[in-house]
Design a protein. Structure first.
Length: 327
């Protein structure tokens, strides 16, 4: 080997080493890029997803795109940084999601449902939505720190229709908003033991929540579903906001946005609600209507001293004549 070859060998070794480093760097960079590209999006862990509705006042708010619906709404809903006094949202079947959406928009704090229930989560939520004491519903073991309850009342006919829709969707494993059950399927359901069982479950549900707060009526807010989704819905939304605002750790972000929030989430929602609860092709026999009427009259007799409750029950009784009667 010549002197020149001896001197060139270290240089070639150095170049090879540099090339290996560069190649390894490129491979690592490509892997990282591919991982970042393909990696699914995960939510922040709870300790990074907490908020405080007080701190949200005046900031972290978005404005509805429609200039006629300028709402101050949080861009995202989070668990509270600090323990709260959550409120029960008691709903029989259907409609609870509307109240949950309103409560979250009003406070910036998320809700807990039957699906994501956990005691630690509930303690930092604005609402705990429950169907208790219906079969399969979660029962909160300790609720001494709860603000109270919002009882979402609903005409038992449409409530049972919502229950039928959910039952039918489970039977055939489809989304309740995709396929409408036939009239024949409804009649089979109506004439089975299911209808009578739902009437009894409705009565049991109402009795439980009315009795639970009988001694502390001020801790129970009655919200009729028909009123919340009707022309005076903004008034009921304000009642919800005022009720939640008295809970520890909960504050209404912007009271002036209440009418706009109702317009956005109830009157003109971004997604349409299920069409399946209309009753024009859900005929009932006179016997079925009599069973429902007798149940409502019994509830009215038991809790008739509560004028608001009695007014709602009487309105449901008076509405029964509008339902289609099977020939």
């Amino acid at each position: 080997m010549t002197t020149q070859q001896v001197e060139a060998e270290p240089k070639r070794s150095m170049r090879r080493a540099i090339l290996r480093v560069v190649a390894a760097t490129l491979v690592i960079s490509a892997c990282v890029f591919q991982y970042a590209w393909d990696r699914p999006s995960f939510q922040s862990p709870p300790e990074q997803s907490w908020t405080d509705s007080v701190s949200l006042r005046g900031r972290s708010l978005s404005v509805a795109e429609d200039s006629s619906l300028r709402c101050r709404i949080p861009r995202e809903y989070r668990l509270s940084k600090h323990p709260t006094s959550p409120t029960y949202l008691a709903s029989f079947d259907g409609g609870g999601e509307i109240v949950s959406n309103l409560a979250q928009a009003l406070t910036g704090i998320t809700t807990t449902t039957q699906v994501n229930y956990a005691p630690r989560r509930t303690e930092r939520s604005v609402l705990f939505e429950t169907h208790y004491p219906l079969d399969g519903a979660v029962k909160q073991a300790h609720d001494e720190n709860f603000r109270g309850a919002i009882l979402l009342l609903r005409n038992p006919i449409t409530a049972i229709l919502a229950s039928f829709n959910a039952y039918n969707a489970r039977q055939y494993r489809y989304s309740v908003d995709v396929v409408r059950a036939s009239e024949e399927e409804w009649i089979r359901y109506r004439d089975s033991a299911q209808f009578a069982a739902q009437v009894k479950a409705y009565e049991k549900f109402i009795i439980y929540w009315m009795n639970k707060y009988q001694e502390n009526r001020e801790d129970l807010l009655l919200i009729p579903y028909e009123g919340l989704t009707g022309g005076k819905g903004a008034i009921f939304t304000k009642q919800i906001g005022d009720f939640l605002d008295k809970a520890e750790g909960i504050n209404i972000i912007d009271p002036d946005s209440v009418p706009c929030i109702w317009e956005k989430f109830v009157h003109f929602p971004a997604t349409t609600t299920s069409f399946q609860e209309r009753a024009d092709d859900r005929p009932l026999t006179e016997d079925h209507l009599f069973v429902v009427s007798r149940m409502l009259q019994s509830l009215d007799a038991t809790f008739g001293h509560d004028k608001q409750f009695s007014t709602i029950m009487k309105s449901y009784i008076n509405s029964l004549h509008s339902y289609a009667v099977a020939r």
